[in-house]
Design a protein around this ligand. Structure first.
Ligand code: GUN
Ligand code: ZN
Length: 461
């Protein structure tokens, strides 16, 4: 498996022995065309007929200028009028919009796959000790690069990440991501109780630090800020109120947190907030429920909670590998999508057990099978791209391959391993060609990755 810092990768550019080269520099103002199979969704297959929302070109092309897509269509059409720019021919590889991971904890990169605990014990045993280290800006930068390296190698071009209570951890991820022209959402994780002393701020410092970080980062290039109370058990009502007040001052920011992940957690919330009607109400009464709110997990919701979330248009983020790994429960995709909730998909690294959005789609499929019905590959692709982009309120810029959007592109090899190849060879259409890679693929299936019109991963053979 790959490891180490992205910068280290960049310095390997000249080594032709390396399987991967990172960052092929494409000069600005140079028109470039990527050729291959092109597949994108322009609307939700949960809501519309496939024929109305799918754009598929067997021999397709994407034209790019200044980091953005200027045209998508049949290669014949795109290349016909004396095109004299650079052409990169990916042949039968599949060009998709870059994957969007709607909920991740980049500081948990190093503790992914830690054994044997349920949520609260897992936080205390593995997560909090690791998060303590992020007060050291050098360590935070090192881990931000390590995470980005892994995310890009899995075809993730945008994500919404929790950080730690340390502002250094927020600076580290925004600095590293913006150096690669990536669109990312991040925010300082706020906690003022039920965590080790070294990981607690206060209502005031959470407000002050978050405000300073919003001023520094929100809207800076492609960075977006999310006000981030970790979850109700680790925030006093005073801290939640302070962050609610901050959100009213900066309503264009997102707000991300956790909601109703495990039954023991919900019982704990009841005892900590006896005055609240339910878990959601602990946020709602503090002014932390709104259209730009992202609620991770949301497994054990009451009917009242579902109705309120639906009414304001907040988002629910499905974290299927995490929900199995930590033993949290089955997200009700069928019921929630039928009632038109806005839903995104996420790895939830490191409670989630994989950095891969392919593996995450596979887990969403498996949980669907255990819980009311299989998801079509188009629905899985939607969740991993435009659906998640919508939850981050970035769907005007990312999530699909359309003129005007950023050229954030993931190129899949649909024949990346022998087991996938022998199945894909029998495929009858693009969905049955893609599904074996969704179910069995990993970073070996990610052939190339582009962010803002720059190639940041390219496999040579
Ligand atoms: N709830 C509060 N914090 C966390 C976290 O870091 N991971 C998960 N999965 N759930 C949480
Ligand atoms: Zn989480």
């Amino acid at each position: 498996m790959r490891s180490g810092r992205l910068r280290h990768r960049l310095s390997q550019l000249n080594s032709l022995k390396e399987k991967e080269i990172w960052k092929v520099i494409v000069s600005e103002q140079q028109e470039i065309v990527l050729r291959g199979q092109v597949l994108t969704l322009k609307g939700s297959p949960f809501e519309y007929a496939l024929s109305d929302v799918v754009h598929y070109e067997r021999c397709g092309a994407i034209k790019i200028l200044n980091g953005k897509i200027t045209d998508v269509g049949p290669a014949e059409t795109i290349l016909k009028s004396n095109f004299d720019g650079q052409i990169i021919n990916y042949e039968d590889k599949l060009l998709l919009a870059g994957f969007v991971d709607a909920h991740v904890h980049y500081p948990q990169t190093a503790i992914i796959a830690s054994w044997g605990k349920r949520l609260i014990d897992w936080l205390n045993s593995y997560t909090f000790p690791e998060e303590m280290r992020f007060g050291d800006a050098t360590y935070a930068r090192q881990q931000a690069h390590a995470y980005l390296d892994l995310a890009l190698s899995h075809g993730i071009t945008s994500f919404a990440t929790f950080t730690t209570i340390h502002p250094e951890s927020v600076d580290a991820i925004f600095e590293a991501a913006s150096a690669l022209g990536m669109a990312v959402v991040a925010g300082k994780t706020c906690m003022d109780r039920n965590a080790p002393m070294g990981l607690c701020d206060t209502a005031k410092t959470a407000y002050d630090d978050s405000k300073a970080l919003i001023e520094k980062w929100h809207g800076n290039e492609r960075c977006r800020y999310a006000i981030t109370p970790r979850f109700s058990p680790t925030s006093t009502p005073e801290q939640l109120l302070a962050l609610g007040a901050l959100w009213r001052e900066y309503p264009n920011c997102l707000m991300q947190t956790h909601l109703s992940e495990q039954l023991e957690e919900i019982e704990w919330v009841k005892s900590l907030f006896p005055e609240a009607r339910d878990y959601l109400d602990t946020y709602e009464r503090a002014g932390l429920l709104g259209e730009k709110a992202l609620f991770g997990h949301a497994i054990h919701l009451t009917e009242r909670e579902k109705a309120c979330i639906r009414e304001v248009g907040a988002s629910l983020i499905h974290c299927p590998t995490s929900n199995s790994f930590i033993g949290s429960g089955l997200f009700d995709m069928a019921g929630l999508s039928a009632s038109h909730q806005r839903i995104g998909l996420a790895t939830d690294t490191g409670g989630g057990s994989s950095f891969s959005m392919l593996r995450t789609m596979a887990a969403a499929y498996e949980i669907g099978q255990l819980n009311a019905g299989p998801l079509h590959p188009s629905e899985l692709l939607w969740l991993a791209t435009l659906g998640s982009a919508k939850t981050l309120h970035l769907c005007h810029a990312i999530g699909s391959l359309e003129a005007g959007k950023y050229a954030d592109i993931t190129v899949l090899d649909l024949y990346s391993t022998p087991s996938i190849t022998q199945r894909a060879e029998r495929a009858e259409d693009i969905w049955s060609a893609l599904f074996p890679t969704i179910m069995m693929g990993d970073d070996r299936a990610v052939h190339a990755v582009w962010t803002a019109g720059q190639c940041v991963k390219n496999t040579l053979y």
